[in-house]
Design a protein around this ligand. Structure first.
Ligand code: ADP
Ligand code: MG
Length: 449
């Protein structure tokens, strides 16, 4: 077995024992770096993942590896970039370069654009026809037709893809245009560090001189006044010079809370287009297109089954396809419809994903490897107290539940406990980057799984 095959086998087994969300969170972009003298070194994308794998999953990983190869006596983790991504070979080796679909082609250092997002690879259907048409028009004539172009829609529906496709198309056609793609989080951290290091001039200079500014997930600017102010300046300068501005968000401008009125009205001054959920035919078309890109084929029946159970998220459609590919690779045969039903049975848990207190409690428990009832009892063990506080925090923050309600949920605790938890976590998030990251991952799972 090659290292890649070994790791794919481990992943396939782990995937069966943990939730899909946790699997995606902790195992994307991992691979075996080396395997010698009984020691396997696993490459992970960042120190955060390293710590989690060491603390939470090491035993499982070791057990599976050891079962596969008795010579393996030790596992360690190291942070680094995956080598495999760079050497893209035959389609046969899809999984090595595009492990589980978290492909990471080289992103252009100047523009931050990922070359994989193009109009060519973007499937158009009734649900995204308007934003697509607007995007194409903007790419043809930047700064002229729709300015700004504001695209909004739910998670995994193609906003980033579309935004970057515009950038890539312009970059291809007009070489001298200066294009920058930036996420709102990145923009925010640039503002913060410019201020902290008293380097606001270079920051301003950088943004003043571009021709096309693409800013993704602008809802994250909510409540960040200083960043909004800087963005407003940049926006005005570019806008007045007829430079193209392209924005995405998960909701329309008027639904972004604590967004300065003047920014909101700027956003509303251009073209606003929304991407809704794809219809069945488009979901089929997307699956087939992606399968073709990856040089694989599955039966019509299998595609229909997948398109029927995954309705609201194109990223999940891709994920499902990747699972089929992994199955095929590990078993040397295509999954039949019965197998597919087993593979995806955990996706069949009812329709709408409405976020409820129960859902949040479930995700938090799962995330920290606890039982739901542990969170709900009054245990004072450290490893339970903290997740419980986080769950309370999220009920307040995301669902606006009242403190007495939250207290009651958690085994009839007093509302002051809920207030204390909420305040404690809110405060800590501000200075503890790691906690913030943890909570963001939990939120992602709450809202997408
Ligand atoms: P968002 O930014 O809205 O969360 P993304 O743009 O990241 O979503 O899309 C999620 C995944 O689905 C990406 O891999 C993207 O390439 C793919 N995707 C989204 N929309 C389409 C589409 N219309 N055609 C093909 N692939 C798509
Ligand atoms: Mg996105």
């Amino acid at each position: 077995m090659t290292n890649e095959e070994l790791w794919q086998t481990v992943l396939a087994q782990i995937q069966l024992s943990i939730s899909q969300a946790n699997f995606a969170t902790w195992f994307k972009n991992t691979e075996i770096h080396s395997n010698k003298d009984g020691k396997v070194t696993i490459l992970v994308p960042n120190s955060f993942v390293k710590e989690w794998l060491e603390n939470k999953y090491n035993k499982t990983i070791f057990k599976i590896l050891h079962n596969l190869d008795k010579n393996i006596k030790e596992v360690e983790y190291t942070v680094g970039k995956s080598r495999l991504k760079i050497f893209k070979k035959e389609s046969q080796e899809i999984l090595e370069t595009d492990q589980l679909g978290f492909q990471e082609l080289q992103v252009d250092k100047k523009t931050n654009l990922n070359p994989r997002y193009t109009f060519d690879s973007f499937v158009v259907g009734p649900f995204n026809e308007l934003p697509h048409a607007a995007a194409v028009a903007v790419a043809k004539n930047p700064g002229v037709v729709y300015n700004p172009l504001f695209i909004y829609g739910g998670v995994g529906l193609g906003k980033t893809h579309l935004l970057q496709a515009i950038g890539n198309e312009i970059a291809k056609n007009i070489k001298k245009k200066k294009i920058i793609y930036v996420s709102s989080e990145k923009f925010t951290s640039e503002v913060v560090s410019a201020i902290r290091n008293q380097k606001t001039e270079p920051f301003k200079e950088k943004y003043r001189t571009i021709d096309v500014l693409i800013i993704d997930d602008v809802q994250f600017l909510a409540g960040k006044e200083k960043t909004q102010e800087e963005f407003f300046h940049v926006f005005n300068i570019l806008y007045e010079k007829n430079k193209q501005i392209i924005i995405s968000s998960d909701r329309p401008p008027k639904a972004i809370q604590s967004l300065a009125e003047r920014l909101r009205s700027r956003f509303e001054g251009g073209m606003i287009a929304d991407i809704s959920a794809p219809d069945f035919e488009t979901r089929m078309a997307i699956l087939k297109t992606k399968a073709q890109e990856k040089n694989v084929e599955f039966s019509e029946e299998v595609f229909q089954y997948i398109a029927n159970i995954i309705k609201k998220n194109i990223r999940e459609l891709e994920g499902a396809l990747n699972r089929l590919i992994i199955y095929q690779k590990l078993n040397n045969q295509k999954p039949n419809i019965e197998t597919v039903k087993v593979l995806f049975k955990n996706l069949l848990t009812g329709p709408a994903k409405i976020v409820t207190p129960k859902k949040i409690i479930q995700v938090v428990a799962d995330f920290y490897d606890l039982k739901e009832k542990d969170l709900l009892t009054s245990s004072r063990k450290k490893e339970i107290v903290r997740p419980r506080q986080i769950a309370m925090y999220l009920l307040r923050e995301e669902l606006k539940n009242s403190f007495p309600f939250i207290g009651r949920k958690f085994n009839g605790k007093d509302h002051t406990t809920a207030i204390h938890s909420y305040k404690k976590i809110s405060k800590e998030i501000e200075r503890n980057k790691k906690l913030e990251e943890e909570i963001n991952l939990i939120k992602e799972q709450v809202f997408t799984c």
